[in-house]
Design a protein around this ligand. Structure first.
Ligand SMILES: *Cc1c(COP(=O)(O)O)cnc(C)c1O
Length: 395
């Protein structure tokens, strides 16, 4: 299976029909107690590595099916599941840090990741510095003898900077630091982290892998040397995903390639239309040829998913509300990666410390869903009509 194309892996990985009556999908194991036939078997299981199923929290055939499928797809050694994307991020960071250590985190990271680093790691004596996402090989200058982790996310949450992952990973490796990356936007399909020096690839599977705006799920896909510390951290924290959610993750995987392709096509069409509106300053989407991250994205990524942002020229807040409030097809909400389109006003300025985000105009993040693309554009067109009317109205 490892040599197969991604679509083939997606279709077949994690299924063993003839282990359970020929039924195509694996069963959902609801498990706490696991029984042993003898004292000898019980003691052997307790002494074995973490992959042996000896208690529901440690793993079940359902979690192992998803972990195996995603690890194969992404080219990692093994994967560990968690109850949410943020639980996966926290578990992976705690796997490699202790008091006195130092961690470098991209300034463009997902907001709750920053809050975990600053509030929780900080309380346990781990120093955290944020770095310019576009730093590249110059990150070497920020690495200290006690730097244990360099954390990346590309493209960046809200602002979509593409990081030079191989350059940053090489500098981190040279200094003996672990390279952790949030690969949620690209999914295992559009970026191959293990080909670029990443040790742990983290996914909010809640987004595209589950893909239907329902289950919450996290994944940590590990290079061989990173697996044991990450699994140990997950076991020690007792983080485990619910069996039905694991099943929904596995089910979402089957259609990931076709869904993502469509999300990407829709996003490009919307980005193109939006870029032509006079109220739009620029579109932040690395798949657009004039995006500053386009060259790096072309070099390292094999596709673009459906999430991007739009920088508007300065305009009053009520005009942005007029655009967004009455959209019929775009919901206003957090999370993304489901079948439906979303829009969200976002404020990266509040999240930055290493770099400044000082564009004066509002920033709106869009998720292109699976609706008809012309219907989506018509909805946005009506929205921009409302925005123009609001701007023309006397105060
Ligand atoms: C949503 C998100 C997360 C967190 O995932 P949850 O499953 O919601 O905890 C992490 N990283 C990125 C980039 C996200 O968009």
């Amino acid at each position: 299976m490892t040599d197969a194309q991604p679509e083939t892996i997606l279709t077949h990985a994690g299924t063993t029909p003839f282990n359970h009556h020929g039924i195509v999908n694996p069963p959902v194991y609801h498990a706490s107690t696991v029984l042993f036939p003898s004292v000898a078997a019980l003691e052997a299981a307790d002494a074995a590595p973490f992959d042996i199923i000896n208690y529901g929290r440690i793993g079940t055939p359902t979690s192992q099916a998803l972990e195996g499928a995603v690890a194969t797809l992404e080219g990692g050694f093994k994967a560990v599941t968690a109850a949410s994307g943020l639980a996966a991020i926290a578990t992976a960071l705690m796997a490699f840090t202790q008091a006195g250590d130092h961690v470098l985190v991209t300034d463009s990271a997902y907001g709750p990741t920053r809050r975990f680093c600053s509030e929780v790691l900080g309380r346990f004596g781990v120093a955290v510095d944020y770095y310019d996402p576009l730093i590249g090989a110059d990150i070497a200058a920020l690495i200290r003898p006690e730097t244990r982790v360099v954390y990346l996310e590309a493209p960046g949450s809200l602002t979509f900077e593409v990081q030079d992952v191989p350059a940053i990973a090489a500098a981190a490796k040279a200094a003996g630091a672990q390279v952790l990356m949030d690969n949620t936007w690209a999914t295992p399909l559009y970026f191959r982290p293990f080909d670029h020096g990443v040790d742990v690839s983290i996914h909010a599977a809640t987004k595209y892998i589950v893909g239907h705006s329902d289950a919450m799920l996290g994944l940590m896909v590990c290079a061989e040397a990173a697996y044991e510390p990450v699994k140990r951290s997950a076991v020690r924290f007792g983080t485990c995903a619910g069996p039905d959610d694991l099943y929904l993750g596995l089910r979402g995987l089957r259609t990931l390639a076709v869904r993502l392709k469509r999300h990407g096509q829709a996003a490009l069409a919307l980005a193109d239309w939006l870029a032509r509106q006079p109220e739009v300053d620029r579109v932040l989407y690395p798949a657009c040829p004039d995006d500053p991250g386009h060259a790096l994205w072309r070099r390292d990524f094999t596709g673009a998913s459906g999430l991007f942002s739009v920088q508007l020229h300065p305009c009053p807040k009520p005009a942005v509300a007029a655009l967004l409030d009455h959209l019929e097809l775009f919901g206003l909400g957090y999370s993304w990666g489901g079948f439906e389109s979303l829009a969200l006003p976002v404020y990266p300025r509040k999240l930055r410390t290493a770099t400044r985000w000082d564009h004066p105009g509002p920033l709106v993040r869009f998720h292109a869903g699976l609706e008809d693309i012309d219907d989506l554009i018509a909805d946005l067109d009506r929205g921009f009509g409302r925005l123009r009317a609001a701007m023309a109205a006397p105060d």
